[in-house]
Ligand binder design. Structure first.
Ligand code: HEC
Length: 235
């Protein structure tokens, strides 16, 4: 066992080398990214200087950049949408859906209308879990929050055939509850409307569970419709 130290040194250097390459270098390149505010040109800056805007939060009139102008992107996931990320993970949506728009010339992501620029690392820095995905049995969901209404999302999750006839996506009907309408209080305000063809029996309504509401809040939060210093919209 003369060569034991050499064996250990060999193992050590192999591990140290891959750690440097995979962990350390990535951290140096991407570990310090922060949300970015849109950079305005001098002309744009001048154009809005001294102009009054109504602040949507307080309702008061403010000078200079409006609330949209100082919005830092990406925005953090909060509340229901953050819980919805867990549901997305648990339901295995990742196995059929990606969340990354490829750059022009790599596949037909732009032609399919999945985004108007490629995704960059900064888009994901505030996500607790990143659902990039590698399979695309279904469409890319990076910008799905911009494509449909909440009602569409609920109908589609309850039964994909309602919105997308012939779809091979499995139904997630167990995230919904079919229950009799309360005779005293009447239909629930959160009941999901269904097209006549898919209507429930008379006197019943479709109620989304907490998890369905969270999942849809998460889907509605998915959008990469902002420019960043390193990436502009593709022409
Ligand atoms: C077995 C594969 C599969 C799984 C698992 C799956 N989907 Fe899908 N999904 C599809 C296919 C195929 C389509 C395209 C047809 C359609 O619209 O239903 C689709 C479409 C969609 C769309 C519409 C996208 C668009 O741009 O038209 C959304 C939103 C969606 N899925 C969300 C989800 C969510 C959320 C989950 C997890 C709860 C999930 N999917 C799980 C296959 C899948």
């Amino acid at each position: 066992m003369k060569s034991l130290p050499i064996l250990f040194l060999g193992i050590f250097f192999t591990l140290a080398f891959s750690w440097t390459g995979i962990v350390l270098v990535s951290h140096i390149q991407l570990g310090f990214l922060e949300p970015a505010t849109p950079e305005l040109t001098n002309a744009e800056e001048e154009a809005i200087a001294g102009v009054l805007f109504r602040d949507p939060d307080t309702g008061r009139m403010v000078h200079g950049r409006n609330q949209d102008g100082v919005q830092a992107n990406p925005m953090p996931l909060v509340g229901s949408a953050q819980r919805g990320l867990r549901v997305y993970e648990q339901m295995g949506c990742l196995y059929c859906h990606s969340q990354q728009v490829r750059r022009q010339g790599f596949g037909s992501d732009f032609e399919r209308g999945w985004g108007n620029r490629q995704s960059v690392p900064r888009d994901y820095i505030l996500k607790e879990r990143v659902m990039l995905g590698t399979m695309r049995t279904g469409p890319d969901l990076s910008n799905v929050g911009l494509r449909y209404s909440e009602l569409w999302q609920h109908q589609h999750l309850y039964n994909p055939q309602i919105t997308s006839p012939g779809s091979t996506m499995p139904p997630y009907a167990f995230l919904y509850e079919v229950r009799p309408i309360n005779p005293v209080t009447g239909p629930s305000p959160i009941a999901i409307d269904l097209p006549a063809q898919w209507a429930l029996p008379e006197g019943y309504e479709l109620i989304p569970t907490r998890r369905a509401l969270d999942l849809v809040a998460y889907l509605m939060s998915l959008h990469q419709d902002y420019e960043l210093p390193e990436i502009k919209f593709t022409e």
